[in-house]
Design a protein around this ligand. Structure first.
Ligand code: FA5
Length: 334
């Protein structure tokens, strides 16, 4: 029996044949070993002990022969060997996700501004006209309210009114300035405000290398007594040097925003080119009045920078669309 089993195991060409041979010899019901074992009952009591020991040796030997044949075929339990499975191949690494470059940028900007004492504030992405326009000194007939320049919400062609007029996706993070000033009037009246807010904004801009219909802004707001344009420029210069490097220069170009007076565009000089990153200015007295602050007593500056443009400049990304392509070959580089 032992040598028959040995021959059968050695001759098994694959896992299935080996398993069939195992059942023939060691099968719990009709295996040939079982048949021999049954014969033990008919043996003289005097010989039983020796016969039992011999039987055990044979069983052990058949088992060993099976295991040897199994490992030569290369695999664990024969019934678990998948056809075509090669256990000598290297394993597959599980894919680990990682943080999107824009989220990494947001974390980095938050950290730099945090060191200058700016805390993070948040606001909703679905806004009402009061926070997106009215309180920001953008009157009813202003072109910035044009439906062609904004994503107004509608269901079945009807505008969605969320209590204070037609709801829209916020077109700038300046809405958070208004929310924070309103809230601080109640929670910490008279206290200085020093916040940043980083989040998504939406505009129906045609996508190109530097524009996307959804992008992120970092809004900053500083309100206190005697805040000046010089404070604004210092904060933005220190920020630029920390984020982009000591060789970065910054310049203000006169501009116009309804919610700041005076207003500027902010450009950074880096590697010999001036690039616009955002807008800024001194908070307009009309904005202070809209949220109940006395513009005679406090002053403040605000700025709004494009997060994608900052991220692109730092990492040498030439097309904003790459950030939202979902292409892992691109994303895995960060
Ligand atoms: C504003 O949005 C003002 N709220 C900024 C501001 C805040 C001014 C506080 C004064 C006080 P602007 O529309 O220029 O400004 O946008 C700011 C920056 O957002 C731009 O400089 C640019 O970096 C980025 N940006 C604008 N549109 C897009 C777009 N479609 N895709 C990617 N980035 C954009």
């Amino acid at each position: 029996l032992q040598s028959d089993a040995q021959n059968a195991f050695d001759g098994a060409a694959d896992a299935d044949a080996l398993e069939a041979a195992r059942v023939t010899f060691l099968g719990a019901k009709n295996g040939q070993f079982k048949d021999v074992q049954k014969m033990l009952g008919g043996i003289e009591p005097a010989d039983k002990r020796a016969a039992g020991m011999r039987l055990n040796d044979v069983k052990q030997a058949i088992h060993t022969a099976f295991e040897t044949a199994q490992s030569q075929l290369g695999g664990g339990g024969s019934s678990q060997i998948e056809p075509g499975f090669d256990p000598s191949l290297p394993g597959r690494r599980p894919r680990l996700g990682h943080i999107h470059p824009i989220t990494q940028t947001i974390d980095h900007l938050t950290e730099i501004m945090g060191r200058m004492g700016f805390e993070v504030a948040e606001g909703p992405e679905v806004e009402d006209p009061f926070h997106n326009f009215v309180a920001l000194n953008i009157p009813e007939d202003h072109p910035a309210r044009d439906p062609l320049d904004n994503f107004y919400l509608a269901t079945a062609g009807t505008a969605v009114d969320i209590g204070e007029g037609d709801a829209l996706l916020r077109s700038q993070t300046s809405t958070v300035q208004i929310r924070v000033m309103q809230e601080r009037q109640n929670s910490a009246p008279g206290q200085p405000i020093r916040i940043i807010s980083l989040g998504r904004v939406y505009r129906p801009d045609a996508p190109d290398a530097t524009h996307f219909p959804m992008f992120h802004q970092m809004e900053g707001l500083f309100v206190d007594e005697h805040v000046t344009m010089a404070n604004l420029k210092t904060v933005l210069r220190v920020f630029a040097n920390n984020y982009l490097g000591d060789d970065v220069e910054i310049r203000f170009r006169p501009s116009f925003f309804p919610f700041t007076e005076p207003s500027v565009e902010v450009d950074f000089l880096w590697n010999g080119t001036w690039i616009e990153f955002g807008g800024a200015g001194m908070v307009d007295p009309n904005v202070f009045e809209a949220v109940g602050y006395d513009p005679e007593k406090v002053s403040g500056f605000a700025f709004g920078l494009g997060v994608e443009r900052l991220c692109m400049r730092r990492h040498g990304i030439t097309d904003i669309r790459d950030l939202y392509s979902g292409d892992l070959r691109f994303l895995q580089q960060f």
